[in-house]
Design a protein around this ligand. Structure first.
Ligand code: ARG
Length: 466
């Protein structure tokens, strides 16, 4: 990017801009990404100006054709972005002057960069939100497929990362489906506040021209127009909300990543990630690391950082526009890129996983059925607290004697409570799972129901997309 002194907008000054300050102020190194939205917004604005007879039809046609050529130049890589032109808005406007002459100056009638940049950011964030929703829906389809395929697999469920009760592997997978479903809802809810049109607010006070904001909103697919011009140019809540929803999604991905890392260890051995998503060590050739999962976990930190940064940028800002707001961009762009790549890579990684059902099964100690033995006594008339006491003593006896619960015989059981009968020896992992048939529980019938409901939701997404 060449740097030159630039006279535009400096008419009232006697000195050129300081070079370090020029670099400091410029946003073009990153806001070039907004070009598509900037041009789309300008096209709608110019069309409205002509319809309202604020500019002539002839001027509009020139502006429109000029903007189309600029879009082609940018997309073919021929466009020269210039640092001295500061941002994407001035880069495009300056090129428009080169292409169509002084008529270019009419495009900025009834518009300020303040409402222009707010518009571009809303269009960008709207697209990003729709893309994230699509990616989350695809991830959810994958999770439902995995859950459906592995309905017979039983794994230890954990609390405090200690074996707690047996659960269906599919039930565990469907827990993530629920998290991502809420993430989708959150992004959908954001969309309703993102999709409001700020143009027509001018610098802050509104405009002394007969603009038709509804027309521009309709052209650009907005649901409504911003109700207050001061708010419209100074509000970045929609970015904060997006970053907040993104942070929550990254947190969910990170929890999943953490489990993938733990489950891939020799100690667990529950899963093996596909070679395409694994790396080895430069020194220890036996290693197979789930690095992609570790990075998804690690990248969660920067997304939280962008949220905190933006909240902090906003907290002391007087109304209306302040240049601090330019700091919204890099964090948002990086949030969008990080979230998109994390979802894509984690989805691929999850799809590549091989499940070791036998390992899951044999990792379970007999003690994982202790609650079932307590529930057994409750069925025989004991209160749960009493039953819990009895089984605690059984477990302690078994541990002290280095025995598994299923190795104790009925006489030993009877020593702890007369209520024990032979059938206590038939308590099994399978029975334990199937007994938990309360709504939302791990019994196969319940998990199948949740998969069916998930399939309905997925059919719903697919219908929306088509
Ligand atoms: N690059 C600026 C931003 O991102 C565009 C708006 C500039 N407006 C202004 N009054 N200087 O916020």
């Amino acid at each position: 990017m060449g740097v030159k002194k630039e006279a535009r907008l400096r008419g009232r000054f006697k000195e050129d801009i300081n070079e370090a300050a020029q670099h400091y102020l410029a946003s073009i190194p990153y806001d070039y990404r907004l070009y598509k939205y900037d041009i789309e917004g300008s096209l709608a604005h110019a069309e409205m100006l002509a319809r309202q007879k604020i500019i002539t039809k002839g001027d509009y046609a020139k502006i429109r054709d000029g903007l189309h050529s600029i879009r082609r130049e940018i997309e073919s890589g021929r466009f020269q972005f210039k640092l001295e032109l500061e941002d994407i808005h001035m880069n495009i406007e300056s090129r428009l002057f080169e292409l169509i002459g002084d008529t270019a100056g009419k495009l900025h009638t009834a518009r300020s960069r303040n409402d222009q940049v707010a518009l571009d950011m809303r269009l960008f964030t709207r697209q990003a939100t729709e893309d994230v929703i699509g990616a989350l829906q695809k991830f959810n389809s994958l999770l439902v497929n995995i859950a459906e395929k592995n309905l017979k697999v039983i794994m230890p469920g954990y609390t405090h990362l200690q074996q707690a009760q047996p659960v269906l592997f599919s039930h565990h997978v469907m827990a993530y489906f629920q998290m991502f479903s809420r993430d989708i809802q959150r992004f959908e809810s954001c969309l309703s506040r993102i999709n409001i049109m700020p143009l027509g607010s001018g610098a802050l006070a509104g405009l002394p021209y007969p603009v038709d904001r509804e027309f521009v909103a309709g052209k650009l697919g907005f649901d409504d127009v911003c109700a207050n011009s001061i708010d419209a140019v100074s509000d970045r809540d929609f970015i904060i909300e997006f970053e907040s929803a993104a942070s929550i999604t990254m947190m969910h991905l990170s929890r999943m990543a953490e489990e993938i890392v733990i489950w891939s260890t020799a100690e667990f051995g529950f899963i093996e990630v596909g070679d395409a998503y694994a790396t080895s060590s430069s020194i220890m050739p036996q290693k197979k690391n789930a690095d992609a999962a570790e990075l998804a976990r690690g990248k969660t930190g920067r997304v939280y950082g962008h949220l905190t940064a933006m909240l902090t940028v906003m907290k002391g800002l007087p109304l209306a526009y302040n240049r601090d707001l330019q700091e919204d961009k890099e964090g948002l762009f990086d949030t969008v890129d990080t979230l998109a790549s994390s979802l894509e890579v984690m989805k691929g990684l999850v799809a590549s996983i091989r499940i070791n059902a036998a390992r899951m099964k044999y990792s379970m100690q007999s003690y994982i059925l202790a609650t079932d033995i307590a529930d057994y006594l409750v069925n025989k008339g004991l209160s749960f607290r009493e039953a819990h006491n009895v089984v605690s003593r059984v477990v302690s006896y078994a541990v002290d004697n280095n025995r598994d619960l299923n190795e104790l015989d009925i006489r030993e059981y009877k020593g702890f409570s007369k209520l024990f009968e032979k059938d206590v020896l038939t308590i099994s992992l399978h029975k334990s799972v199937e007994a938990r048939s309360s709504q939302g529980g791990t019994a196969t019938a319940q998990v199948k129901k949740s998969i069916e409901r998930a399939r309905d939701a997925i059919r719903g997404y697919e219908k929306e997309q088509s």
